[in-house]
Every structure is written in structure tokens, then in C-alpha cells.
Design a protein around this ligand. Structure first.
Ligand SMILES: [Mn+2]
Length: 266
């Protein structure tokens, strides 16, 4: 289950879409996708999910804003959800009807768990009262970037967060959740599994000991690491380092001269 914002927008570039499709095709189990506020489908074309579904036969996608459900009779499971195109002030948990004859009921919802004073209630609010009242055994939440349990009583409700951290300072990212549904005394058991590889590091590079752009390129080349999110602050006075540094996607220009040492270039 992927509870929304798999893509940053409803128009992912070709490489991003192809890479998501390739990963989903590797799955040996069924997958259910719920679009989020970032990647809600184009109502006319169904893009990007039309292509994704035609290439990944194991993937089902909630495409309509109305409450819907996918049944998995072999598992005794129903998964409920609605694409995030409804009024952002209403709870994404409302409107589902429990289907008879199944053992396990999971609701997927994309929105913001309501913490008074902290979260904005107008952004697809998921209130603890609505959670407590719903018939689900488990509620799979999406929107927040970090892995977080929001409800310990029944039904259990968690955000898995992103499988990799998305921003600096988001230490809680990098997990998926393994959710076990059972009839026994244990009931629902949720185990976070770390899958993320990215590490975030902030560094300051003092250029004053270096002689020019070639030296900077050499230092940056030594820092290259596929799993590293690097926030680099370049500190220098003068124009001898003007240039583009594609290693870190930054440009040092004369504008920095007037303000003295460059501030927070990334
Ligand atoms: Mn979102």
C-alpha cells in the first residue's frame, strides 16, 4: 500500500515514471496506490496512472474522489480509499461502508492527522474521533514524510513516511511498514523496517586555502556519494571561484562579492 504522493506532481517526468513502473513490476505481491494531493490523477486522461496500471498488472489505483474499495478474497481483505480530489476541509476517512464477508478491513487515507495547534485543520484533516469511529482494523496514512504511529488504540493508524528522507532535518524518513493483521490476541502488529539509504550531512567548505575553480572541483569530486544529501556552504571572498559547480548544483557569482562571504549556497 502506498498512501499517496508517490510522485511529486501528477506530471512526473518520463524517467521518474519509468523508474516507478520498473520498481512496482518487481513486486511479487499486489499493490494498492492512493493518489495524494501532489499526484492526484488528471480526471480526463488518468495520467500518470493509466500507463502505470497498463504496465503493472499487480497494481490497483484509487482514481475516483468517491469512496471505493478493492477486494482480495483470497486474503479475506478489503482495502478502502478515495483519490484526493474531494474538498480538502473534509476528512478522507468519511463515507466508507464496511463490506460484509471479509475478515480484514484497511482504509487508506491521505491527509494530516489533527494535532490541535500544530496541524492545519483545512488540509484533509484526520481527526482522532473519526479514526476511533471507523470500522477499519488498520488505517494506512500518507502525507507526512516521517514514519509515525498516530494511534495506539484500535484501529491502529500509522504514517510510513517516505522510503528515503526528502529534506534536511527529516530524520524520521527512510522506513516502510510491515503490517500484520491477525485474529489472535496480538491483533494488528506494525513493524517499521528501515529501507532508506540516504544520509544528510551539512558542511562548510572554506575556499580561502584553494587556488581556483579546479581546486574546488577536485574537493567536490572527492565528496561524491550516491547516498549522500549534502548541504554545502561555500565560504570565500573574491571572484576567483566564480563558476558553475555541477557536482553540487551551485553557481558562485559576483553577487556574492557585495555581501562578502557567500551565504548558504547549496
Ligand atoms: Mn500530501
Amino acid at each position: 500500500m502506498i498512501a499517496g504522493d508517490l510522485f511529486d506532481s501528477a506530471r512526473p517526468d518520463d524517467n521518474t515514471l519509468a523508474s516507478a513502473i520498473a520498481q512496482l513490476r518487481r513486486l511479487k505481491v499486489p499493490a494498492v496506490l492512493l493518489p495524494g494531493n501532489h499526484d492526484r490523477p488528471n480526471p480526463r486522461s488518468g495520467y500518470p496512472y493509466a500507463e502505470l496500471r497498463s504496465r503493472c498488472h499487480n497494481v490497483r489505483v484509487f482514481l475516483q474522489p468517491e469512496p471505493a474499495a478493492f477486494e482480495f478474497p483470497g486474503l479475506g481483505l478489503v482495502v478502502y480509499g478515495r483519490a484526493g480530489a474531494h474538498d480538502p476541509r473534509t476528512s478522507p476517512l468519511l463515507g466508507f461502508e464496511k463490506r460484509p464477508g471479509f475478515s480484514f478491513h484497511v482504509i487508506m487515507a491521505h491527509g494530516s492527522y489533527v494535532i490541535p495547534g500544530l496541524t492545519k485543520p483545512e488540509r484533509f484533516p484526520i481527526d482522532d474521533k473519526d479514526l476511533a469511529a471507523c470500522f477499519a482494523d488498520y488505517v494506512a496514512l500518507g502525507d507526512w514524510h516521517g514514519c509515525r504511529e498516530v494511534r495506539t488504540a484500535r484501529p491502529a493508524a500509522w504514517y510510513s513516511g517516505g522510503p528515503e528522507p526528502l529534506k534536511f532535518g527529516e530524520d524520521a524518513g527512510g522506513f516502510v511498514l510491515e503490517v500484520r493483521l491477525g485474529d489472535g490476541p496480538e491483533g494488528v502488529r506494525v513493524v517499521p523496517r528501515r529501507v532508506g539509504e540516504a544520509r544528510a550531512r551539512a558542511e562548510e567548505l572554506d575556499l580561502s586555502g584553494l587556488h581556483g575553480p579546479e581546486d574546488v572541483h577536485a574537493v567536490l569530486a572527492g565528496m561524491k556519494d550516491r547516498t549522500l544529501m549534502l548541504e554545502l556552504r561555500l565560504r570565500a571572498v573574491g571572484l576567483e571561484f566564480n563558476g558553475v559547480y555541477p557536482e553540487v548544483g551551485c553557481k558562485v557569482g559576483s553577487g556574492d562579492r557585495q555581501t562578502g562571504p557567500s551565504e548558504g549556497l547549496r
